[in-house]
Write a protein that binds this ligand. Structure first.
Ligand code: URA
Length: 193
């Protein structure tokens, strides 16, 4: 199926029945993505956890609560004003890392989502989203802390995954806050053009 001709609703419908990789065997729900389809800011995480798999929505567990807080405090936006998706749409068993072939199988969905939402600013949360969207092998610690030109006038801001903040202490939280301020600045600049 050529996903390139589908709108977001059509894409979500196709994803809901997806069997492109074995993650489909263990999922309860496909976690396609949520938020404002016309958002200027799009956030991309790694993959659903247990709560997301149950509810069918991204970032509704503990790390999502923290993400909502940071988004409100540093960007001034509620999650309903942004679009949130993941690199893989089905929960990896025991929350293990997604495998390269799972990421590759799911990539056309993410690619089409980014095309359709057409954000001005993309924030990648953690290693997986950053490696996929920035097309790099470098880890998040090395690449975060700056903004990247990404395609036609889009700015990409890599930052830590909120789950890493729950484990990681105040320095990482402060760095993430600084990254989100970078995203806010980019949004303001995009709105001036
Ligand atoms: N972690 C992610 O990367 N995505 C979610 O949706 C939830 C937790």
């Amino acid at each position: 199926m050529d996903l390139g001709s589908l709108d977001l609703a059509g894409l979500a419908e196709v994803a809901a029945d997806c069997t492109r990789c074995p993650l489909s065997d263990g999922r309860t729900t496909v976690v396609f993505g949520t938020g404002d389809p016309d958002a200027d800011l799009m956030l991309v995480g790694e993959g659903p956890g247990a709560e997301e798999d149950r509810q069918g929505l991204p970032f509704v567990g503990r790390s999502g609560k923290l993400l909502d807080e940071l988004l409100a405090q540093e960007v001034g936006l509620d999650r309903s004003a942004v679009y949130i998706a993941n690199v893989v749409k089905c929960r990896p068993p025991e929350n293990r890392d997604p495998l390269p072939e799972e990421i590759a199988a799911c990539r056309p969905y993410l690619q089409r989502q980014v095309e359709l939402v057409a954000p001005r600013v993309l924030v990648t949360l953690g290693n997986f989203a950053t490696k996929v969207l920035l097309n790099t092998k470098e880890g998040i610690t090395r690449v975060r802390g700056r903004r990247y030109a990404w395609g036609d006038g889009v700015v990409l801001v890599p930052t830590y995954h909120p789950a890493a903040l729950l484990r990681g202490g105040s320095e990482r939280v402060a760095e993430t806050r600084a990254d989100l301020v970078r995203a806010r600045l980019s949004l303001m600049e995009a709105r001036e053009t």
